[in-house]
Ligand binder design. Structure first.
Ligand code: NAP
Length: 245
């Protein structure tokens, strides 16, 4: 069995490990945004495919038994492209979608977009901790609020309107508590990324009674098989590829 695994997440890394351990051939695909990606089991390819068309051509030239989309829940373009390309090439397709975070405190303010978060912020706090990654930072450039933005890699061009903190998680709850207190943060902004690696910031914020402005997830494509964990993805592959292969 040979699988194309669209990655860029901890779950994708874990699934690559499980597949290789199970004797399944895997090609992990990375967008190539991170300058120092973490080690991956199996084969790795890097860079965009060239839209849905490019991915369709790639699948025609490199037939696989299944495509598993384990990209980030906010990586909507690649998910749309994978849905189109697998439909066109009739390749079995699975989305590994990590569960969203559930509201753990009364102080979560839900918004649909980064722009919506920026608009709401001045009514919520004045010292902002922005944890939405590099993309979408610009939406917060004109809030006029003191802002600390945490990213894995430096945004380009470097923003002049905020302080930058370059760091890669996971972070522990004591680390997050210390950071929030040291910078006198009074509002946290996050996407509803889900997963345990970046959840301690939410518990730290709740502990300090700091409100959280949280961006809702974009919807998933209709009619696609979805599982919530790497182990479930492996089980689906064993079942599906045995049946259709
Ligand atoms: P996106 O907006 O959905 O994708 C933009 C373009 O990047 C895609 O059209 C595709 O280019 C290329 N691409 C994205 N993921 C790819 C992959 N795994 N392999 C090959 N090409 C890929 O995605 P994004 O939000 O920029 O995220 C890029 C990567 O970072 C994803 O792999 C995602 O898992 C990871 N990530 C994203 C976030 C986030 O908040 N968005 C957070 C953590 C990690 P072509 O059209 O040329 O094929």
């Amino acid at each position: 069995m040979r699988v194309l695994l669209l990655g860029g997440t901890g779950e994708a890394r874990e699934l690559a490990r499980l597949l290789v351990a199970d004797g399944i051939e895997v090609v992990s695909s990375l967008a190539g945004r991170t300058t120092t990606p973490q080690q991956l089991a199996g084969e790795v390819r890097t860079g965009g495919f060239g839209g849905a068309e490019g991915l369709t051509t790639w699948l025609q030239n490199n037939p696989v038994d299944a495509v598993v989309d384990a990209t980030h829940p906010f990586a909507t373009q690649i998910t749309t492209n994978a849905t189109l390309a697998t439909t066109r090439t009739k390749t079995p397709h699975l989305i590994l979608h990590r569960p969203p975070w559930e509201d753990v405190s009364a102080d979560w303010r839900w918004v649909d977009t980064a722009g919506g978060a920026a608009e709401l912020l001045p009514r919520v706090g004045s010292r902002v901790f922005l944890t939405i990654g590099r993309q979408g930072l610009d939406a917060f450039a004109n809030t006029g609020l003191w802002t600390l933005a945490r990213c894995v890699d430096p945004p380009e061009p470097a923003p002049t309107w905020c302080e930058l903190l370059l760091a890669r998680g996971p972070f522990t709850e004591p680390e997050e508590l210390d950071l929030l207190q040291r910078h006198h943060i009074d509002v946290l902004v996050t996407k509803n990324s889900g997963g345990p690696a970046t959840a301690p910031k939410l518990r730290a914020a709740a502990h300090l009674h700091i409100p959280v402005v949280i961006i809702r997830r974009p919807p998933l494509p209709a009619g696609v098989n979805i599982v919530n964990s790497p182990a479930e993805a492996l089980a689906w592959l064993r079942r599906t590829v045995r049946v259709t292969g």
